[in-house]
Design a binder for this molecule. Sequence first.
Ligand SMILES: N[C@@H](CCC(=O)N[C@@H](CS)C(=O)NCC(=O)O)C(=O)O
Length: 205
Amino acid sequence: MPSYKLTYFDFDGGRGEPIRIVLHAAGIEFEDFRVSFPEFGEMRSGLRFNSLPVFEVDGEVVTQSNGILRYVGKLAGLYPDDDLQALYCDEAMGAIEDVSHHLGTTFRLEGDELRLAREKLVDGWLPVFLRGLDELLSRGGGQFFADNRLTVADLKVGYLVRWLGSGSLDHIPADIVAKEAPALVEHQQRVAGDPLVVAYYAARS
Ligand SMILES: N[C@@H](CCC(=O)N[C@@H](CS)C(=O)NCC(=O)O)C(=O)O
């Protein structure tokens, strides 16, 4: 078994958290290396693509959360074998990357600039993205995005939906998901209550 190390921020969310959960679900030991924001600031310029997560397999550095999720998802049996179901999974994860990128561009803004940029997302891209994900969930049968079961896509979507609805993003109404795509709120609750997710947090505490 190779050695694995995941470097990501020290919070239970974002691009890193689904990777941690899937590694735990696979029963794979890994170094869960968590960094503070100031520590990230110091290491940023030395990171490939200047961003996290960074995953190491026997010391070889790999980036890009979706690729990492597919890899660990296969190890955990949480990525579909069927090519079409795998494509459905990838589509949902790609959409989350798009929206994360849009949100990410607002993080260094302040004051009116931040407000305007976030309001533009609320009036434009976010509803489009939420309705699109809603469609993907319906296509999957309404419970999960692919394969009629929990896959890496559900974890990735669930964490983004939870964040959007948390009220912690200034100028993004906490009820935006409930208003635009209530099925995604139910889906997020389904993911949070999944035995794999519950077992991960039980082990962490
Ligand atoms: N496409 C990359 C994006 C990585 C990314 O933007 N990560 C964020 C944290 S979730 C980051 O490191 N942002 C810091 C920055 O851009 O300075 C991936 O999926 O891993």
